[in-house]
Design a protein around this ligand. Structure first.
Ligand code: DON
Length: 304
């Protein structure tokens, strides 16, 4: 498979679409990002990198961080985690509060904001500085040290996190947060503000394409079962309330963020990441979703 030629073809096909959609503006620091960016990278399990466009420009990973915090929360808690967070698609927007009341403060899945607040709480219990531990994991997965969280973005999000705060206090009222809410919100906002580029992220998800073993070192970071479950959750819940449509049109485990990034993986073969900040109404990158649809159509590589 000539992935480099394929990425160039996808980039060319998408030129008319790049720039369309709405950049997330409810986090003030993200509102100024140009919607004209487009980058895409494929990293194969042997480490070979293919990249086009802005694939080496760092961006705010936002909810893609939920994937890394899930990896860490599962490492800390194992299956006990599933008593505090569910595994069903929510059928609601990622920042919705409505199910929490009926479901006693147990978020539907780890990839909606409510679920990720519980993950952040697990990490606040386990680590003195959870954001440092999460950044360390991203560095290990990406294979270099130059990854940080953006303090301005974290502050901007924290200053305006009224909805996430409401959610966290509500979950706390059901006894499903162990740590003080402000501490959990600080950690959550810092995780979301981590900046990585498409090459870093495509390499990071080769862990999941390789069933829990870091391809670069051969180190097992997740059990086979945990890797299988994370991939299943990515497919069913990784792209917000559009996960069904995403499975239909793309057919790969994926996780998106409102910074415009989407990671996906082909099991046994490669990690993929695309970034374009213009979002569709679902909150997923508009050009990014189309790029992944072209990717699976042109390669015939989907999990189906
Ligand atoms: O909490 C928020 O709204 C953002 N930091 C992240 C949102 C996002 O990317 C989608 N969430 N599932």
């Amino acid at each position: 498979m000539d992935y480099q030629a394929l990425l160039e073809q996808i980039h060319d096909q998408l030129r008319p679409v790049i720039g369309q959609g709405q950049v997330a503006n409810y986090i003030p620091e993200l509102a100024g990002v140009s919607p004209q960016h487009f980058g895409m990278a494929v990293v194969q399990l042997d480490g070979t990198v293919h990249a086009v466009g802005d694939a080496r420009v760092p961006f705010s990973i936002q909810s893609i961080s939920k994937l890394f915090t899930l990896v860490m929360a599962l490492q800390c808690e194992g299956d006990a985690l599933w008593q505090r967070v569910g595994r069903e698609p929510s059928g609601n927007p990622f920042n919705s509060l409505v199910q929490l009341e009926r479901e006693s403060g147990i978020p539907r899945n780890p990839f909606i904001n409510a679920g990720a607040l519980v993950l952040a709480d697990v990490l606040c219990t386990r680590y003195a500085v959870p954001e440092t531990a999460v950044v360390d994991l991203t560095r290990k997965l990406a294979g270099h040290e130059d990854i940080h969280y953006n303090r301005r973005v974290a502050k901007s999000e924290r200053d305006t996190a009224h909805r996430n705060a409401a959610m966290a206090y509500f979950i706390k009222s059901f006894g499903n947060l162990r740590n003080p809410v402000p501490q959990v919100l600080d950690a959550y906002c810092r995780h979301c503000a981590i900046e990585m580029n498409c090459v870093d992220l495509a390499r990071a998800v080769t862990l999941l394409a390789h069933h829990g073993v870091l391809p670069r070192t051969g180190e097992r970071l997740l059990s086979l079962g945990a890797a299988k479950r994370i991939n299943a959750l990515m497919l069913t819940c990784g792209t917000y309330d559009a996960a069904g449509d995403f499975a239909f049109s793309v057919g790969l485990p994926a996780k998106s963020g409102v910074g415009g990034g989407i990671v996906a993986l082909v099991p046994g073969e490669c990690g993929v990441c695309v970034w374009s900040p213009g979002l569709a109404p679902s909150g997923n990158s508009l050009a990014g979703s189309l790029a992944l649809e072209h990717f699976t159509t042109l390669t015939g590589r989907s999990i189906f």
